[in-house]
Ligand binder design. Sequence first.
Ligand SMILES: Nc1ncnc2c1ncn2[C@@H]1O[C@H](COP(=O)(O)OP(=O)(O)OP(=O)(O)O)[C@@H](O)[C@H]1O
Ligand SMILES: [Mg+2]
Length: 310
Amino acid sequence: MILTVTLSTSIDKLYMLQKQTPYSVMRVQEVINTAGGKGMNVSRVAAKLGEPVTAMGFIGGFTGQYFESLITQPEIRKAFTRIAAETRSCINIWDASCGMSTEYLEPGALVEESELARFFTDFQRQLPNADVVTISGSMPKGVPADAYEVMIRLCRDAGKPVLLDTSGVSLKSTLRERPTLIKPNTDELTQLIGSVPSSLEGLAEAAYELHRGGIPMVVLSLGAQGAVMACAQGTYWGKPPRIDPKNTVGCGDSMLAGLAVGIARKRSVMEQLRLAIAVSAASALSLATGDFNPDDYHAIYPNVEIAQLN
Ligand SMILES: Nc1ncnc2c1ncn2[C@@H]1O[C@H](COP(=O)(O)OP(=O)(O)OP(=O)(O)O)[C@@H](O)[C@H]1O
Ligand SMILES: [Mg+2]
């Protein structure tokens, strides 16, 4: 079972408009509501790859109940911690005339100290049944900055691999606890080491240095260029075939799901990378975030190139 942690949940509302005109009445052609948060993308993709998932995080109020009702895949077991504050909504307005979107993100609910304590109790209850744990996204207000560090320590004590995908201060400080895997994109790599090397050799070197610093698996995700992975077995470049992407938002979450599934299935590191590249590239071909078409995945899988860099 893959245990996914999404502390910052939201109802994601996608409003499809022919053309957005500010300061006027807009009629929305179509609304798509999703249980949102980066870890929810991971949950949906891992479940679609056929792995049982247990999804954890905070939900609250009637919106929290609605959030749960939007999770319909039978492979996803819901193990959310209930809080007093209402789960927020995030609105993404898609303007078909220019293919651009405008996002409105409500401030997240405040998590009380007693609610956080309840989450940790719930987490420790789920942990023994997990093969892999994923931690994704930002932390809501009220959650102390070291919460991810505490979770990583609990995973380590329980002997469970833990995959961390976050950004900013929480990524940098959390590395002290040495999660099993990190998946920085180029922005996050800049936050970690100050810049993004321009050559493949430089990227391999950067991944290797982070690995040498104590992170068993470092996966630098490079959008259409695929990913560079450094681990005990070596340094590899995984390259997807050229595709015509429809929506690349959440591709990193799909990649994390692929890595979690590869680890849960005890595949070789090269196969873990291939699976992760194939599912994230397939996800770029899907309009919906945190989704992919299995036909695309199966077509891409044999065409992912894996090259050893050292
Ligand atoms: N245009 C593309 N063509 C092929 N594969 C892609 C493309 N964009 C993304 N991918 C795949 O998805 C992976 C992750 O993408 P990216 O580096 O953009 O993640 P990210 O910035 O963390 O995304 P997010 O945080 O929105 O989930 C890439 O390593 C690659 O395998
Ligand atoms: Mg990302």
